[in-house]
Design a protein around this ligand. Structure first.
Ligand code: ZN
Length: 204
């Protein structure tokens, strides 16, 4: 089992390879290699990321089959099923790190901004359940001068939405809170740049 620091270093090293175009994990596995993994898994980190087709966690961190326990949902939001998934993996596989991975140009953030600007054109109730979880992070920014600069607003909203998800995972679950208090797990926020391929880890 890796420590939180070791797990983070492994993710950062993988992303550095991905950025340089030197990814090593995209090889095809043999039938035997795949079959050997069937009986158990041992992921070293949990990633809660966005469903965006351009941000597959395994690729951007250059990790292989069985390395990451990944939860993807539009806008990397935290609803009960996401908390449950993180609890499951944290307890069962002793993962010491949970990364909430947002990204630039996130469609879920844009959909939230659009809905707030044009409340008369609300999306379906299902999509609204995602928008409503992103909304507090965007709403507060729309009360500042950022509201007049869509590009800046979207960039800030991505970060504040990651922060909100990190916060919810840290404090919205007794199971996770207890693991964090015992020093067995950390939850960190990060942002992937669609342009550079780089993942920046936040200090919050
Ligand atoms: Zn997104």
């Amino acid at each position: 089992m890796l420590t939180a620091q070791e797990a983070l270093e492994r993710l950062k090293a993988g992303n550095a390879r991905f950025v340089k175009g030197e990814a090593t994990q995209q090889k095809l596995l043999t039938h035997q290699e795949r079959a050997e993994m069937a009986s158990e898994q041992n992921p070293f980190a949990i990633v809660l990321g966005c469903s965006d087709s351009r941000v597959p966690a395994e690729m951007v961190f250059d990790q292989g089959l069985g390395d990451l326990f990944v939860i993807r949902v539009a806008g990397n939001i935290v609803a009960p099923s996401q908390v449950g998934s993180v609890e499951f993996a944290a307890e069962r596989y002793d993962c010491a790190v949970v990364v909430v991975l947002g990204h630039s140009h996130c469609g879920a953030i844009q959909a939230t901004i659009d809905t707030l600007k044009h409340p008369d054109q609300a999306p379906s109730s299902n999509l609204m359940s995602i928008v409503n979880r992103v909304r507090p992070s965007v709403e507060i920014l729309m009360q500042t001068e950022l509201k007049d600069d869509l590009k800046k607003l979207s960039a800030h909203a991505v970060r504040s939405n990651v922060f909100a998800s990190v916060n919810q995972l840290r404090h919205g679950s007794a199971v996770l809170e207890s693991l964090i208090e015992k020093g067995k797990m950390i939850v960190v926020g990060a942002e992937y740049s669609l342009e550079s391929g780089e993942v920046i880890f936040f200090d919050f």
